[in-house]
Write a protein that binds this ligand. Structure first.
Ligand SMILES: [Zn+2]
Length: 292
């Protein structure tokens, strides 16, 4: 069983006649990537995994955040888009809803997303959405998520978007969230890159907090270091497989796992052990998150 915990909902059911999908080189250092894709493209790219979690990111109701990230969709019905895609492929995909903590109907949208749309967790991006993860608005969302048993996947760490404070996505803040909501299951995306060590000290002390390995391998030296440091901090068993499709495919992410020690070939540096990487790839993340 392979579970990919980190996918972005396709923007288009079928390819639009006039495609505006531009390849953008800001997302990853090794090649240009598009954040715009179709249902078909998504299904094909995910053939190599058994299950996957998909989500959108809700826009800011204050209206002061430009969409230069191309990950925050204009439509107010972002959760409908995720639900429609998941309902077309229910054996494969699990949908998470998204809300903006500053939205006056955030808590109602959590009810609608779970009860009417069948979505089963929450995706938040404190930097993309420009909210303080320790603020009262965010805490109201966390409280409801904990009450309803909804896991939250947070974007964590770097992003090339310009408008919001990177510190909102620093994994150290999740320590206080996890202390306040000990039963809330959380995934810290991207192992908090480039703050992987800060991410590890949070996930090691909180049993319900995990991290996903998505979007790290294409910086091979950083990825080797991150996985080696995870070995030393004994958190490899808290890491979940995730790709960040469409920016990164799950196949690329799998292939890169076995190349993690390439940067130290011919040196005396300690390797990352391979057996725990096998376990990351085959971890039943749905069970850990209470989604089975
Ligand atoms: Zn992502």
């Amino acid at each position: 069983m392979i579970v990919d915990v980190h996918n972005h909902t396709p923007r288009h059911r079928v390819a639009p006649e006039q495609t505006t999908a531009a390849l953008d080189s800001k997302w990853r250092p090794d090649k240009a990537a598009s954040t715009v894709h179709t249902w078909d493209e998504h299904v094909r790219a995910l053939e190599c995994v058994d299950r996957a979690i998909v989500f959108n990111i809700a826009s800011d109701p204050r209206g002061d955040v430009p969409d230069d990230g191309q990950l925050i969709y204009e439509t107010p019905r972002v959760n409908n888009d995720t639900a429609a895609f998941v309902q077309a492929y229910p054996e494969k995909f699990i949908g998470f809803l998204t809300v903006h903590p500053f939205s006056p109907d955030a808590l109602e949208e959590i009810e609608r997303g779970t009860q009417d749309l069948g979505l089963r967790g929450i995706k938040l991006g404190p930097n993309y959405q420009n909210f303080d993860p320790l603020g009262p608005e965010a805490f109201a969302v966390f409280k409801r998520a904990e009450e309803l048993g909804l896991p939250i996947l947070f974007h964590q760490g770097t992003s090339p978007v310009r408008f919001a404070d990177l510190d909102f996505a620093h994994p150290r803040h999740i320590d206080r969230v996890a202390t306040a909501f000990p039963n809330l299951k959380m995934i810290l995306a991207h192992m908090g890159h480039p703050w992987q060590t800060d991410c590890y000290v949070v996930i090691r002390k909180h049993p319900n907090v995990y991290a996903d390995i998505s979007a790290n391998f294409y910086r091979p030296w950083s990825f080797y270091n991150a996985m080696r440091i995870a070995t030393e901090w004994a958190v490899l068993e808290k890491l979940l497989f995730g790709s960040d499709y469409p920016i990164v495919s799950p196949q690329e992410t799998m292939d890169a796992l076995w190349r993690v020690n390439d940067p130290i070939a011919g040196t005396g540096l300690p390797p990352v052990p391979i057996d725990p990487l096998e376990r990351i790839l085959h971890r039943n993340s749905l069970e850990l998150l209470g989604l089975e």
